[in-house]
Design a binder for this molecule. Structure first.
Ligand code: ASP
Length: 447
């Protein structure tokens, strides 16, 4: 069996075993000793963190820097970057908008929030208000006013080293793009730097190959922890219909819309491409984080799925932070659902605001677990303001209703986020293919 296939099989086994162990061993709706139960669960999470998340996170920042520099220097001409950059942004925004429209349409038709048990609703809201988790809201509210300025500041960093230390991905990407352009502009004198980055990139790929073998046990512990926390029975609980709406929306986007876009603009068999990307998709499902999955996405896209280095090295790192189709769809469904749960039916103008702000909120969400839950505050606040009627306002603590089931939905939406990035890289490969490697002729040995 090929190494890649073996690894994919092991990851799948890790996922399935994680679900089974989480559901049948770890999940306990009424533990006799809650403190002990929590301690056991947090041990499983820590194991997943140490085995997989930390090694992946360890290489993600240098990888983004090096891969973007390599991508830009291999593009060479700045005009080409303009074309590739604008095509990428158009792709990101249009697919995210399509995802949100699917979400809004489904949630308005299925109406999962109408008739939600009011006792359950009020209990969750009250729990949220008193629970420390409301810190999520406090942080989000605090940062809301400066969110967009913060984004602009991230794009133009004053100190790239500090940005790297603080893990500000957009700052690193800006600096890497400029450095890549500088190396290209330096002409032949930039060549040594180009070669250094190329070989560093090869070295990073070798490191990724090692870390990949940690994926099966890592996703096992993380999935078992996620499922053990919640239990699959929640799917049949009061928010089950809401979860189903999100999952149906994500499935339509992942299995119909993106493949269609890929078949039309990427001219390839989308399902075969999806199959080739399976290791990255399963890692996204297990880790809940597009950023932590990035090393795997890059490796698989370039080495198995036929994406060019020029396209993938630029589209994937940026996409892991900015392009989030799954998150955009989820935020739209969640917000409309919560308004429905409070008996507020949104009309077309408010739904339009949901479409626009959910797209922007997804752009602003980092590629880390539960980021979408925090930026959802942006969407709720915007709709509340548009309604302009204090009696119709949705309390932010309403997020408490969906907080408990967020992890499972996060696994699904992160997979769609990574699938959207990969699709983009494949499409942009047509605009920026790598030069074929021409084998150098060996001089004939003297007879
Ligand atoms: N976990 C998602 C990601 O990393 C972001 C989110 O929707 O919370 O892509």
């Amino acid at each position: 069996m090929r190494k890649g296939n073996l690894l994919a099989l092991l990851i799948l086994i890790g996922l399935v075993a994680g679900v089974l162990v989480g559901e049948f061993v770890l999940f306990d709706p009424a533990p006799t000793d809650p403190a002990q139960h929590d301690a056991t669960l947090s041990l499983w999470q820590s194991l997943g963190d140490i085995i997989l998340m930390r090694p992946l996170k360890m290489i993600v920042i240098p990888l983004i820097f090096i891969s973007v520099v390599v991508g830009i220097t291999s593009l060479g001409d700045p005009a080409r970057l303009g074309l590739v950059g604008s095509a990428t942004v158009v792709y990101y925004l249009s697919t995210m908008l399509i995802a949100v429209v699917i979400g809004v349409t489904l949630v308005s038709r299925i109406e999962p929030g109408v008739g939600l048990d009011q006792g359950f609703r009020d209990e969750k809201v009250a729990q949220f208000e008193t629970h420390a988790k409301s810190e999520t809201i406090q942080t989000a509210e605090r940062e809301l006013g400066s969110a967009w300025m913060g984004l602009v500041r991230q794009i133009i960093p004053s100190n790239p080293l500090r940005a790297a230390v603080e893990g500000r991905v957009l700052s690193i990407i800006t600096f890497a793009i400029l450095l890549g352009l500088g190396i290209s502009a330096a002409g032949p004198r930039g060549d040594p730097a180009k070669r250094v980055f190329d070989s560093l990139f090869r070295a990073m790929m070798a490191m990724i190959h090692w870390i990949l073998w940690l994926t099966p046990p890592g996703v096992f512990f993380l999935t078992a922890w996620s499922v053990g926390n919640l239990g699959l029975g929640e799917m049949a609980g009061p928010v089950g219909l809401y979860m189903l709406t999100v999952v149906i929306g994500l499935a339509i986007h992942a299995f119909v819309i993106l493949p269609l876009v890929l078949a039309i603009f990427g001219r390839c068999n989308p399902y075969r491409f999806m199959w080739k990307m399976r290791r990255a998709l399963m890692t996204a499902f297990g880790t809940d984080s597009s950023s932590a999955t990035l090393p795997v996405t890059l490796e698989v896209a370039e080495e198995e799925a036929g994406c060019s280095k020029k396209a993938a090295n630029f589209v994937l790192p940026l996409g892991a932070t900015v392009n989030m189709d799954g998150t955009a769809l989820y935020e739209a469904v969640a917000v409309v659902f919560l308004f429905q749960a409070f008996g507020i039916q949104l009309a077309f103008p408010e739904l339009l605001i949901v479409v626009i702000t959910a797209t922007l909120a997804a752009v602003g969400a980092a590629g880390i677990p539960s980021a979408g839950l925090v930026t959802m505050v942006i969407v709720i606040t915007a709709v509340n303001t548009a309604l302009g009627d204090p009696t119709k306002e949705l309390p932010l603590a309403a997020i408490g209703i969906i907080l408990g089931v967020d992890r499972i939905l996060d696994m699904c939406r992160t997979t769609v986020n990574v699938w959207g990035d990969a699709t983009g890289a494949k499409i942009i490969t047509r605009l920026a293919p790598d030069e074929p490697v021409v084998a150098r002729k060996q001089p004939k040995a003297a007879a």
